[in-house]
Structure formats: C-alpha cells, structure tokens
Design a protein around this ligand. Structure first.
Ligand code: HEM
Length: 402
C-alpha cells in the first residue's frame, strides 16, 4: 500500500473502486494517517467515526485561505468567481452566507418539490417502460435526470438549458475538461442572474438576486457580494446534483445486490425514510468532507497534526466504523442509521439534506413500485466507479427492468 516515501497513496486502483475497503484498512492500521494525494501532496486522512465527527465541529480545522501542499491545480481566472461560497468560508463569513441562502431556500420551497419530484420520477419511469427492450443504464435514464430536473426547477433554470447543465456539470471532474467547463458555467450563471434580475420569478436564484440587490440598497451588514451570489448559485448546482445522483444510483445497486432487503422495502414502503438513511450510511455518496486545514497543532485521535496541514475526513469510513454501527458492512433497511455523517456534521451540515431525502424517497419508492422484477444486468464486479476522490459514484448501472 505504501509508496517509496513510505506514504500510502490514494491513486492506487483500490481506492476509486472500493473506497470503503481502502479506508477500512487505514482505520484498522493507522486511523489518523498521512496519505499522498496524487497531484496535490500530502494530507492527513482521518477514518474513525468519533474522530471524524469531532473534527467536523473543530474550528481549528478551517476551510478558507489555505493552499494544498502540492500547489493548486491550474484553473482559469473565472474559477475564483465561483468559489466564494459558504463551503469555502469559516466563522462569521460562513454564518452570513449560510443565513442568506437559507432564507431564500425556504422550507415551503423545499416541501413544494416533493410532489414535483414524484411527478418527475413517474414521467421518467413511463419513458423507461415504453423504451426498454430489456437492459437500460439506470444512471443515465433515471438517477441523473431526477436531481438535475429538481435542482433546475428550484433554481429557475429554463427547461431548454437543463440538458446542457447536466452534461456540463458531469464533465467538471474530468481534468482535461475542467477549464472549459468552469469558464462556461461561470458565463452561464452570470447570464442567468442577469435574466432573473430583469425578470424575477418564484425561484431560488431570483430570491438570492433580491437578497443581494436589497442588501446593497439598504447598506445592510448581512449582504451578499456579487461574487458570492454567483458562487452560491454555482455551489447549489454542484452540491445538489452529483451527490443525489450517487445516492439514487448506488442506493439502487445496494438494493439489487441485497434482494431480501429490497423485497422487505417493497413490501413495507413505510420503511422508506429509514431505508434512505441506511442507504446514505451504506453507500456514502460523498467519500470525504471538503478540504480542511489546521490553523494550529491539532490533536486528532491521539495524533498531533501540525499547523498548516491538510486534513481529509473520511465520511465513507466513519459511517462503516464498527465502533459506531454494529455489523457496518451489512445493509439493513430497518436499522436506525441515525447519527451517520453522510451529510456532514456541525456548521457545514448539508443545507440541502431535506431536499436530497425527498428526491431519494421519490426516486427509489417509484422505481421499486414500478419494476418489481428489476435486476442487475451485469456481474457487480464488472461495475466501474468514477476515478474521483471526493465523489463516490458509478460510471453506469445496467439493469434489466423486467
Ligand atoms: C445525497 C445528497 C447529498 C449529500 C450526500 C450531500 C453531502 C454534503 C456534505 C457531506 C456536506 C458537508 C461538507 C463538509 O462539511 O465538508 C454538504 C454541504 C452542503 N450541501 Fe449537500 N449533500 C447532498 C445534497 C445536497 C443538495 C440537494 C443541496 C442543495 C440543493 C446541497 C447543498 C449543500 C450546501 C449548500 C452545503 C454547504 C453547507 C455549508 O457549508 O454550511 N446538498 N453536503
């Protein structure tokens, strides 16, 4: 596992194809371990549940104003205008941004999306039933379109642009494409903000534009700069899309490979909310939290991580820690998976968690009810996972619907 410098390296194939296994080996051998992150230098990876949860609330682990030891990857100037959002801020700046976005992302707005998510899922299920001659890629046909449609409706992205957004966002984590994609997304969201300013709608981008313009007019302390506005819109799309795609696709895979649990859930749909929590724990749509950096020497799990170091909190591992979840590698849709950290913990706890739950319940509930004989069309060992450190997502999911 270790390279010539003695450091474990993340780019060995087993991480991308089996992050839970990779992290479990670290958790058992060295739960706070320096690891080589290819292209970025050294990071300290934290793998025990108790340590991850404590670190997620530790203000000495900061998000803003730090640099990766290997230097930042080259990115276009426009990227700076997209990263001034709450997940890259600490303390009062974070609180201000979160408050402003939370105010626009009202519970009414999120609740309204439940029937819409169910309708969107039903239309796609009809299309799949009509088109299918047998095997389909569930990722492309269902797991992707549900969240992109919901998030675009929430933000007020015109219907004609949604397919472009889905394709462009999906290319964001491909190094060869990330410069082009960043530039295009920055230009697109700048245009969307201008359009909403000219003609506001009942959507989240219009509400954020209003918060920005009103804050400027009133000279309010609690205001959003133009860059923060653009970044927040960008972040809502990035944070709300891929994550939920992964939950729907990996959740479906987990059920297909645990047929007794799938039958149990189909026969008792009241288990659905608990099952979604268990699938969040078990599949971990996000492998680790966003990069954090020590502002001083910080003891974590008995190891002192020096000041100025990069720390990676392994969510996938925390949620499979046997010290917290008995039999953690067993999927049990009736288990109380409460306390999982799939949505993070502390001040950066996922702002979109209620919406993600609504979407997953609509998508998985609809799918199980519509295709009771659905099965995996390939050997699970043939499935490939995207070679990305942060996100834990399948490349495709071939299923037989009947
Ligand atoms: C299954 C789906 C999702 C998962 C697993 C997920 C996971 C996470 C995690 C782990 C964090 C914390 C990161 C950290 O502390 O480093 C986070 C933050 C965040 N998420 Fe989600 N997320 C999901 C869906 C969504 C959706 C649908 C939205 C919005 C529409 C959203 C918006 C956000 C925002 C704005 C933050 C930053 C909160 C802050 O910094 O205060 N997420 N999410």
């Amino acid at each position: 596992m270790a390279d010539a410098t003695g450091l474990v390296s993340l780019d060995e194939g087993s991480y991308y194809q089996d992050p839970a296994g990779f992290f479990a080996r670290l958790r058992e051998s060295r739960p706070v371990a320096p690891v080589r992150m290819p292209g970025y230098g050294r990071a300290w990876v934290v793998t025990r549940y108790a340590d991850v949860r404590a670190a997620l609330t530790d203000p000495r682990l900061a998000m803003a104003g730090h640099r990766w030891p290997g230097g930042a990857p080259p990115r276009p100037r426009e990227a700076d205008n997209l990263h001034a959002h709450m997940l890259h801020k600490d303390g009062p700046d974070h609180a201000r941004l979160r408050r402003l976005v939370q105010k626009a992302f009202t519970p009414r707005r999120a609740a309204r999306l439940r029937p819409r998510a169910e309708e969107i899922a039903a239309v796609l299920l009809d299309e799949m039933a009509a088109a299918s001659g047998g095997v389909i890629d569930l990722l492309g046909a269902y797991a992707r379109p549900v969240p992109i449609t919901v998030i675009c409706e929430l933000l007020g992205v015109p219907v004609a642009d949604r397919e472009w957004i889905a394709v462009t966002v999906a290319a964001y984590d491909k190094p060869a494409e990330s410069r082009r994609v960043t530039r295009e997304l920055a230009a697109y969201f700048t245009g969307l903000i201008a359009a909403k300013r000219a003609e506001p709608g009942d959507d989240l981008v219009s509400a954020l534009v209003l918060a920005h313009d009103k804050g400027e007019e009133d000279g309010a302390e609690d205001q959003l700069t133009g860059t923060e506005l653009l970044s927040s819109v960008f972040q809502l799309v990035m944070a709300g899309f891929d994550t939920t795609v992964n939950l729907i696709a990996s959740g479906t895979l987990a059920l297909l490979t645990h047929p007794r649990e799938m039958t149990r859930l189909r026969e008792d749909p009241s288990l659905l909310p608990a099952a979604v929590e268990e699938l969040l724990r078990f599949t971990s749509p996000v492998n680790h939290a966003t990069d954090r950096f020590t502002t001083e020497d910080v003891p974590i799990g008995g190891v002192v991580v020096p000041a100025g170091e990069w720390v990676i909190l392994a969510i996938t591992s925390a949620d499979r820690d046997p010290a917290q979840f008995p039999g953690p590698d067993r999927l049990d849709v009736g288990r109380d998976a409460g306390g999982h950290v799939a949505f993070g913990y502390g001040i950066h706890y996922c702002l979109g968690a209620p919406l993600a739950r609504v979407e997953a319940e609509a998508a998985l509930g609809g799918l199980l009810a519509r295709f009771p004989a659905m099965s995996l069309a390939v050997d699970p060992r043939e499935l490939r996972w995207r070679p990305v450190s942060l996100m834990n997502g399948l490349e495709s999911l071939p299923v037989r619907l009947a």
